[in-house]
Write a protein that binds this ligand. Structure first.
Ligand SMILES: Cc1cc2nc3c(=O)[nH]c(=O)nc-3n(C[C@H](O)[C@H](O)[C@H](O)COP(=O)(O)OP(=O)(O)OC[C@H]3O[C@@H](n4cnc5c(N)ncnc54)[C@H](O)[C@@H]3O)c2cc1C
Ligand code: FES
Ligand code: FES
Length: 1362
């Protein structure tokens, strides 16, 4: 059979593909074949939304054009016949409408000064507004997530030009951002909302952002942007659906056939065709949304040689309202199911829609719109996932399934027999699922559904459930009770043993006790069951039933006392509430520039990130967006599957058979030194031993990334296992450390403890964290063919080390290696050193082949290989007086450094230097050990060891308060340093603003009043508790390695007056380039529009320090300033000669006088240098300070928590750019929120990371941020130690998220106080992160005690705490 042509449209242009390969995704096609690189690859598994595009097609059943968002990474191109695809490039561009840079900056400048020019700017498409609003509301930092977010919003507006705030939040549910903290994105898009848009201060709402009271002593800017300046929305300007596709709307559809390298795709157009195909090829796989099959192909290396797509078949897409329920064709997308059920709930009597509401509740938390728009209801059923959200609901409700094959048709009710085993159903090989009917509920029937996953918007559930009860008419006596669960076995199950016993019983406390005891008995999990969290999952099954019990009681309402029905205790009522989040509100306050500051002087103004517009249009270039070279090759790493082993053999014979195979690289191919790493203790490719899972053994080089993946998977390695050390405890037991311990000691510890009224000691653990920059590691090496020259484009924070390592591995001098960095899609420390893993490998590949070689890690590889934040274990002893004053502290810190030293020592030094947080401790000893383990090397991560040290400090501080019975905030304040105090490392605190931040935060958060309200709430609610906490942070600013506190800059002034600026720092979203342009603009007294930064490179500024430690603005800013001074000095004579001349006049005059218009600048931070041996000298140039107060609400039954409100007061000196600084404060805070409450890396006992993508590793989402988020920059606090009186801001605010952690602990304490009968100690351990599991398990009650699960000796749990 000859293959058909695939015809689809992209941004209005027709694409005809004659060789459509079913294995090609739309994302790969857009980026590589069509050269549209605006759509990004963030995860490849449908979990991040970076690849969001809009699909439009003519829907024959609805008889209209429909638009919906989709993830291009999972959409096979073959599924797109006659679909119109819109990508970010299709909706707006800076190229055609704005003159690059100048106009952009002019527009922004106009915007800042509220000039009317802004409304004249030449946008003509309403959908550019999404891009405009995200850019100008400071919603784009690194920008890698931005095109996807723009497209989600764009699609919403196509369908709903006046959305509600809830619809906006829903539309963004499938998108992740790691930089911004989400607030500015929501705030920008909120201006579209009909219920949340800004009235521009014209309404009477005193809380409107525009009506905030102005401070009388300083001018506070009420908003970082002015929403009145945005272009109004005009829904008439929709891009046209391709007329050619519209003309085809009535044309008959015919079967299509596409043939790829390994896979055939048949698009069936009728049911008969489909059934015939299934009869002929029972082994054929059906694919509708490809959400399941796509993942299996990409991540499980599965091959499906014959795919049949039934998505067009009318019978499989129909929706029928029948006598007993609503029937959905199996290919109906979940969005169609959701819409239909929502309509039914609105129209039908309540008693008929109990089940529908159960389904809707599950769909509410079902990943994002991108998924729901394409994933089918039938696909969910037939996938038979043990954690499916819908199957427990269908099973509990007895949904009817119609299955057909050629000549047969049967309809069955889904019950406990439908899933006979793991991922198995009763469907025969030739059968297909035709339809599923979801039943109406009856009078006296009640239904609830529950889902518990790591986060609300997380799609991998821990436990899911559907529960149904039917009472005998007019009574509360049970006629039917069905409780079905996912996540409790290898399939969806029904708790038959327990429920059968309840028939004819009444709905009361006795039944509750009996069911709970029954469930605890029936729903057991082996101690090593996959997924772990055994007690938590078992407890959830009871908690869910308890919620169901209460919900039914509530729905039953008043009951006749003779009916023996239980009564709803009013303090229990809030346990029945479904998770709801109020729309977010926020306030950002900063000090405006002093009156009289020149209009052109942008320092101190909220200038938007200079790359934001390009990022929002998908025009900003990241490493993998660089167009492919003609002879370019792709590299894929081959890594160890063992934690510690000898390599016995490497067999590449199968890999060589993969088409496009070029070569395999190993240690033998390294022409220079195979030794690499910060301490020369790593290998480019493992020699004969591997020391972690993910250790790079070799790499394959092929013609395409797809072939590279196949070839890498085909390389066979045999190992001889060696003993492995995985956890900190293992390392302590085996004395496996790097070097000897690090120590800081001051005062007389023995005397201190002797004096203390009280001593508390214990252990505290803080888990690691994955960087999860949206752009994974990427590098391209281009051999230049002369004298060993090679040019590399790398996503790195460290051009110098990248250059040095490549030079060493190739055996050439550094002057032959050029490293270029345009921008990074996020770094957070993860690209400070670990980026060299990829750059050295591609360099070897390019050297060997003589061709350009590219490698971009897939998300799962990136997470596996590149390490993250160090997990820490602390053993502490703290002595204090009855008053709460601390007198002695001893802490032993252990970090899990992994298999190489990397930056672990410097990180531990920072931990020790911050073990005091903001408190004066007269007698102290801190010790640090670096555990050498067989995990991938852990590395730098925003905060660099400080957050761990400070969290431990706040942990023992909270224990002091509890032990003394004093309010925590009082004890914290009492112990706080004062101006002029010496720290434990003997640095004098000067310009100590922490107490000011504290007092302001305490006042602005109305701490004391809210504390009383919380006490009241906690008394009135038994199963929901609130907590409040305020914490400080004191953050020392400098590199620990002293010589790194230097920077260089290079400035060229061209004869037209334009300035090209370069400095040593890389732009990774933090706004460094924007700030540097602001600095140069003030120094040179020229508008920012004349200054441009093109990239960071080793041939412009050499020997740079990494862009890290929050000091890049301080150091590079001063270097830029110095370079500008040189230029100014040279221009001085020409200015004097022509005082009324312009910048351009002086520049041209200097040029004509043969004066150099190029200058370097250099800076080194003075007076920084500290010795651990003598505990003397100053490790820091200065300190940044901040305070946060957070309030949370926990659900004691599920462990969920809501961040209700956070108030932050942060000292950033005189802000260079309040928009960027507030962006850093919020972004860091939200990343800290992830660290302390959500993100949990899970490792197998063999040291293999389970959590390798957004499906298993949960970073904060739009839903995670505080509902009320108030950030205020401390006013009148200039810092004389840094450029233009500013302060470092990138890392310091991260720790403030500890306020959420301790607020959670406060709430748990309230829950435990209520259940005193379980003999709980006042001091209890809550390790970080405070996940749902930990929260639930800590809220000890009658349900948890029923589910205590012993772990037999020698039983290996599924996962380990490393
Ligand atoms: C990012 C992401 C998030 C997710 N979130 C959730 C979530 O929150 N909750 C949840 O429960 N699941 C979730 N899933 C799983 C997924 O939603 C479901 O598996 C989905 O409904 C599958 O539909 P599909 O059309 O994409 O299936 P496909 O991948 O196209 O097919 C899935 C399976 O069903 C078979 N199949 C499809 N239609 C038929 C038919 N008519 N007859 C017989 N066999 C058929 C296919 O052969 C295949 O084996 C998620 C998946 C991803 C990738
Ligand atoms: S790349 Fe497609 S969702 Fe992440
Ligand atoms: S701006 Fe969202 S990931 Fe960087």
């Amino acid at each position: 059979m000859t293959a058909d042509e695939l015809v689809f449209f992209v941004n209005g242009k027709k694409v005809v593909e004659k060789n459509a390969d079913p294995e090609t995704t739309l994302l790969a096609y857009l980026r590589r074949k069509l050269g549209l690189s605006g759509t990004k690859l963030g995860c490849g598994e449908g979990g991040c939304g970076a690849c969001t595009v809009m699909f439009s097609k003519y829907d024959r059943l609805q008889n209209k054009i429909v638009h919906f968002p989709a993830n291009a990474c999972l959409a096979p191109i073959c599924s797109l016949h006659h679909v119109a695809v819109t990508t970010v490039e299709g909706i707006g561009s800076t190229r055609t409408r704005l003159h690059p840079v100048q106009v952009f900056v002019e527009v922004l400048t106009a915007f800042i000064h509220s000039s009317p020019k802004i409304s004249e700017h030449p946008y003509d498409s309403l959908f550019e507004l999404c891009q405009e609003r995200i850019a100008k509301s400071h919603g784009s930092q690194c920008g890698f997530c931005t095109p996807g977010i723009v497209m989600s919003m764009y699609t919403l507006l196509r369908n709903q030009p006046e959305p509600t705030m809830e619809e906006i939040e829903d539309a963004l549910q499938g998108n992740l951002c790691r930089c911004t903290g989400y607030r500015p994105i929501l705030q920008g898009f909120r201006t579209f909302a009909r219920d949340g848009g800004c009235c521009g201060g014209k309404g009477n709402d005193p809380n409107c952002c525009m009506n905030q009271k102005k401070d009388h002593t300083v001018t506070l800017s009420p908003s970082l942007f002015n929403p009145e300046e945005f272009m109004p929305l005009d829904p008439t300007q929709e891009p046209i659906f391709p007329p050619e596709l519209l003309r085809l709307k009535d044309a008959p559809q015919k079967q299509l056939h596409f043939e790829g390298e390994r896979v055939t795709w048949i698009q069936a157009s009728t049911l008969k065709e489909l059934l015939d195909l299934k009869a002929q090829h029972p082994e054929a796989t059906l694919v509708v949304g490809n959400m399941e099959i796509g993942i299996e192909m990409k991540f499980k290396n599965k091959l499906f040689p014959l795919i049949v797509c039934p998505a067009w078949i009318p019978e499989l897409n129909s929706v029928e309202h029948g006598e007993e329920g609503i029937s959905f064709g199996a290919s109906c997308p979940l969005s169609c199911v959701e819409k239909t059920l929502l309509d039914a709930v609105a129209q039908l009597p309540t008693h008929k829609t109990e089940v529908f509401r159960g389904v809707l509740e599950q769909l509410r938390w079902f990943s994002g719109k991108q998924l729901k728009s394409v994933a089918s209801i039938g696909g969910n059923v037939i996938t038979a996932s043990p954690i499916s959200d819908l199957n427990p609901v269908f099973m509990a409700s007895g949904a009817k399934l119609t299955m057909v094959s050629r000549g047969t048709r049967r309809t069955i009710r889904m019950d406990h027999t439908f899933f006979p085993g793991y991922r198995k159903t009763l469907l025969g090989p030739e059968e297909i699922l035709l339809a599923i009917e979801i039943p109406y509920s009856r009078e006296g029937e009640f239904f609830s559904s529950f889902k518990q996953s790591s986060g609300r918007e997380d799609y991998v559930a821990k436990v899911t459930s559907g529960m149904r009860v039917l009472f005998k008419p007019g009574t509360t006596q049970i006629e039917e009770l069905v409780l079905c669960y996912g996540g409790m076995a290898d399939r969806t199950i029904s708790a038959l043993k327990t429920t059968r016993k309840q028939l004819s019983k009444f709905w009361n406390e006795e039944l509750l006790q009996d069911v709970c005891a029954g469930l605890a008995e029936e729903l057991q999990l082996a101690p090593d069951a996959p997924g772990g969290m055994i007690e938590f999952r078992r407890t959830l099954t009871l908690s869910f039933f308890f919620k169901f019990y209460l919900t039914v009681l509530q729905k039953l309402g008043k009951v006749d006392s003779e009916d023996k029905c239980g009564k709803l205790d009013p303090t229990f009522a809030s346990a029945t509430l479904l998770f709801q989040k109020d729309p977010p509100t926020n306030v950002q306050l900063f000090q405006e520039v002093p009156k009289g500051q020149s209009e052109e002087d942008m320092v101190g103004r909220p200038l938007p990130h200079l790359g934001a517009s390009m990022q929002a249009c998908g025009e900003a270039m990241y490493c993998d967006d660089i167009p492919r070279y003609q002879n370019e090759l792709s590299l894929r790493l081959v890594t160890s599957t063992r934690a510690h082993a000898k390599i016995k053999s490497i067999d590449t014979s199968e890999a060589q058979k993969v088409p496009g195979f070029v070569c395999f690289l190993s240690a033998d191919d390294v022409s220079g030194s195979n030794k690499t790493g910060f301490f020369n203790d790593e290998t480019v490719f493992a020699n004969d031993e591997v020391t972690c899972v993910g250790h790079i053994i070799g790499a394959v080089v092929t013609d395409t990334p797809e072939h590279a993946q196949r070839a890498a998977q085909a390389v066979k390695i045999t190992y001889e296992d060696l003993p492995a050390i995985i956890t900190i405890e293992d390392a302590i037991k085996h004395n496996s450390f790097y070097g000897s311990e690090l120590k800081i000691e001051k005062g007389d510890l023995q005397k201190g403890f002797a004096e203390a009224d009280n001593i508390v000691s214990g252990e505290f653990y803080i888990g690691g964290q994955e960087h999860f920059y949206l752009e994974t590691h990427c590098a391209i090496a281009v051999p230049k063919g002369e004298a060993g020259e090679m040019e590399l484009f790398v996503s790195t924070q460290n051009t110098t080390k990248t250059q040095a390592f490549v030079a060493k591995v190739l055996g050439v001098p550094a002057n032959r290696i050029l490293i270029r960095v345009k921008r990074l899609g996020g770094g957070f420390g993860g690209k400070e050193i670990r980026s060299t893993l990829v750059s050295t490998a591609v360099a070897v590949g390019a050297y060997k082949t003589g061709c350009p070689v590219r490698c971009m890690l897939d998300r799962d590889e990136d997470m596996l290989i590149t390490g993250g934040r160090h997990p820490f274990l602390a053993r502490y002893k703290v002595g204090f007086m009855k008053t709460g004053r601390i007198v002695a502290l001893e802490v032993d810190h252990y970090s899990n450094a992994g298999n190489t030293l990397d930056l672990s020592e410097a990180i531990m030094q920072q931990t020790l230097l911050h073990m005091d947080n903001g408190y004066k401790i007269p007698n102290i000893r801190g010790t640090g050990w670096l555990c050498k383990t067989n995990l991938p090397s852990n590395t730098a991560f925003r905060g660099f060891g400080r957050p761990q040290g400070m969290l431990i400090a706040e942990h023992w501080m909270s224990e002091i308060a509890v032990t003394c019975g004093l309010p925590a905030e009082e004890v914290r304040r009492k112990n706080m340093y004062k101006e002029g105090d010496l720290t434990h490392f003997n640095q004098k605190l000067e310009g100590f603003t922490l107490t000011r931040c504290w007092d302001e935060c305490l006042a602005s958060s109305q701490y004391h009043a809210r504390k009383s309200e919380i006490d009241k709430f906690n008394k009135e609610n038994c199963w929901k508790k609130r907590g409040l906490c305020i914490v400080p942070t004191k953050f020392g600013v400098s590199f620990t390695v002293h010589f790194l506190n230097q920077a260089g800059a290079l400035i060229h002034v061209y004869t037209d007056g334009s300035v090209l600026l370069t400095h040593g720092g890389t732009e990774m979203g933090q706004g460094l380039h924007t700030k540097m342009v602001q600095v140069a603009s003030r120094a040179l007294k020229i508008p920012t529009s004349k200054i441009y930064i093109s990239e960071t490179s080793t041939n412009t500024v050499p020997n740079t320090s990494p862009t890290a430690a929050s000091v890049s603005t301080d150091l590079n800013g001063q270097a830029v300033y110095e370079a500008c001074q040189t230029i100014l000095k040279r221009l001085e004579p020409f200015k004097r000669k022509n005082p009324s001349g312009s910048w351009e006049d002086w520049v041209i005059a200097a040029y004509q006088d043969a004066v150099s218009l190029s200058a370097t600048g250099f800076y080194k931070a003075p007076d920084v240098g500290y010795s651990f041996e003598t505990n003397s000298g100053n490790p820091f140039n200065y300190f940044s300070y901040g305070v946060a107060c957070s309030e949370v609400e926990i659900d004691c039954l599920t462990g969920d928590h809501k961040n209700l409100r956070t108030d932050i007061v942060m000292d950033v000196g005189s802000s260079l750019n309040p928009a960027i600084d507030i962006g850093q404060v919020e972004g860091a805070f939200v990343q800290g929120l992830g660290l302390f409450t959500l993100e949990e890396l899970q490792y197998s006992p063999e040291g293999s990371l389970y959590t390798r993508g957004p499906s298993t590793y949960k970073i904060p989402t739009f839903d995670s941020i505080p509902i009320e988020f108030r950030v205020s920059l401390l006013r009148d606090s200039p810092n004389k130690k840094a450029i233009y009186a500013s302060k470092a801001v990138g890392e310091p605010p991260l720790f403030l998220a500890a306020s959420v952690f301790f607020a959670i602990k406060d709430a748990i304490r309230a829950a435990r106080a209520q259940h005193k009968d379980y003999d709980m100690k006042e001091l209890f351990r809550l390790d970080s992160p405070a996940t749902q599991e930990k929260i639930r398990n800590a809220c000890v009650d009658k349900f948890t005690t029923l589910c205590v699960t012993g772990v037999p000796e020698n039983c290996k749990a599924w996962s380990l705490r490393v």
